[in-house]
Design a protein around this ligand. Structure first.
Ligand code: ATP
Length: 504
């Protein structure tokens, strides 16, 4: 078999179209023109998402002895967000274009003065994204032309985020939307929490928020968990659930959305400063290996250590696991050492003791915590980008999603060789219904066998089982592998043993 590997030239436009065409991800409320920053997971997307969350839960909670789970509510008492600092500080700097009303996050817009032989001729301003380099070139060229310097070479351009611009520079920086200097407002803070009202009477007192992270639900249940279970430090509490952020500029498909899901762990341990560096490293290693184990491309994963000066005042360290998405290298997961800031705040604001009693040392304390926090949607995007491939088999192009079998929406497809032979159909249906009791498998009898293979390759089904005339005589089936396209003949017992070994 002749298989030509593909290049990694996937662009987001193609991925978005593919996800819609195949029923992985749709823009939410598309019927009504769509709602920016919200997405719906289609028939295959929902399976992939469920498999991902189940695998995380199994590996992070059930396979470990030092973890328990939790499912807290989305709307919490508003004081929770006062204590956590979200009401006062969970904001992004925002700038508006006064003319077009376009809104930007000031740390995602970049500006630079343009000079020719040391003499400043104006400013350029571009938004972050796939086209940034090309945009810079175009805008510099236009500026040189407008200032009659077309024949000259500009000095080196140093782009800086707009949040670093001096107030007096705003009169000269052009809006990315209009290109006219002075059209942008200076940055101001915008709180990212969605607010709502609880109860029939809307007033200041009934104001509540959709949680912007799942973590606070864990902290406020710390005492409930230690009182109701026999956990001993060090131990972690895990939670998977929806989070909401009114992002100023949702973009890059599901990467930055306004409604998303998080898989978060708060791992508690005694507040001794010599303990956290080792535990932190262990979590970074465990989480990095986990991403590799589920089929995210290792060569596109890396670690980014936050510099001390960029850490929140209470944080001791933070390392991000980043992934090379088609739009750039971006955060997939953050692993922060948060000290005991959150428990201290909730103890103070609630006025209730949250200390842990260490039976060995006979002392009470508020434990420190390490927080590995990853987005479900960002992980799915990394999985799709890693799995998407195009190759050629015997001269025929195919699209194939090389999902890890544990993540693949459909595990196997059963085909009768032809649909007009009742004995083949009956045998295939029988095998299908027995397999269906254990795994998510599908039955398909329409079209040539090659087409049926392609359909399954395209949605990442790892195996296809064909029932042919030999199956009637010898009770064996051909099992075809998605990645190698190789086929082997197996009995039903061998097929089941194979799936049991290959799948979670
Ligand atoms: P970013 O800097 O990219 O906004 P963050 O540092 O604010 O992310 P955290 O608050 O640490 O993110 O949230 C933990 C995880 O939740 C992130 O690593 C990411 O996977 C996910 N996440 C955060 N914001 C979003 C979003 N708007 N859309 C999708 N996933 C998100």
């Amino acid at each position: 078999m002749d298989i030509v590997p593909a290049t990694d030239s996937l662009c987001m436009k193609d991925l978005v179209a593919f996800c819609k065409r195949k029923g992985f991800i749709f823009l939410s409320s598309e019927l009504y023109g769509g709602l920016n920053g919200f997405f719906d997971y289609g028939p295959l997307g929902v399976e992939l998402k469920r498999n991902l969350k189940n695998l995380w839960w199994k590996n992070m909670v059930q396979d470990r002895e030092d973890m328990v789970g939790l499912d807290s509510s989305i709307i919490l008492h508003p004081r929770v967000w006062k204590a956590s600092g979200h009401i006062d500080g969970f904001s992004d700097p925002m700038v508006d274009c006064k003319v077009t009303k376009a809104r930007y996050r000031a740390d995602q817009v970049f500006y630079a003065p343009v000079a020719v032989q040391g003499e400043k001729i104006g400013y350029i301003c571009v938004t972050d994204g796939e086209e940034r380099e090309a945009e810079v070139e175009k805008k510099v060229k236009a500026l040189l032309k407008a200032s009659h310097h077309s024949q000259e070479k500009p000095d080196e351009i140093h782009l800086k985020p707009l949040i670093e611009a001096q107030p007096e520079e705003f009169a000269f920086i052009p809006s990315p939307a209009t290109g006219h200097p002075g059209d942008l407002t200076p940055p101001r803070n915008f709180n990212l929490m969605f607010s709502t009202q609880v109860g029939a009477v809307a007033s200041e007192a009934s104001m509540a928020y959709l949680r912007p992270e799942t973590a606070q639900g864990i902290f406020i249940n710390f005492k409930n968990v230690t009182d109701s279970t026999r956990v001993k430090l060090p131990f972690g509490i895990a939670q998977i659930g929806k989070a909401f952020r009114n992002e100023i500029t949702p973009r890059n498909f599901t990467f930055r959305s306004r409604e998303f899901e998080q898989m978060e762990i708060e791992y508690f341990f005694p507040p001794d400063d010599h303990l956290w560096p080792k535990l932190h490293q262990e979590w970074i290693e465990a989480r990095y290996q986990w991403h590799c184990s589920i089929g995210i491309k290792k060569e596109w994963l890396s670690l980014q250590v936050h510099e001390k000066k960029d850490l929140a005042h209470y944080a001791k360290a933070c390392t991000d696991i980043v992934f090379r998405y088609p739009f750039g290298v971006q955060e997939l997961e953050g692993i922060a050492v948060r000290g005991n800031f959150d428990l201290t705040q909730h103890q103070t604001f609630s006025g209730k003791p949250l200390e842990y009693f260490d039976e060995e040392r006979k002392i009470k304390y508020l434990p420190y915590v390490i927080e590995p926090s990853v987005g479900v949607d960002r992980t799915m995007l990394a999985l799709l980008v890693s799995a998407y491939d195009e190759d050629e088999i015997n001269g025929e192009k195919r699209t194939v999603l090389r999902f890890h079998p544990n993540l693949a929406p459909i595990k196997a497809a059963v085909f009768p060789l032809v649909k007009n032979k009742p004995e083949l159909v009956e045998k295939a249906r029988g095998l299908f219904s027995r397999l269906q009791k254990r795994w998510y498998v599908r039955y398909d009898e329409t079209g040539a066998i090659g087409r049926r293979y392609r359909r399954m390759d395209e949605i990442g089904t790892p195996w296809c089982i064909t029932v042919d005339f030999d199956s009637l005589e010898k009770n064996t089936y051909t099992l075809r592998d998605r990645d190698t396209t190789q086929q082997v003949r197996l009995s039903e017992a061998e097929l089941i043993a194979f799936f049991e070994k290959a799948l979670m």
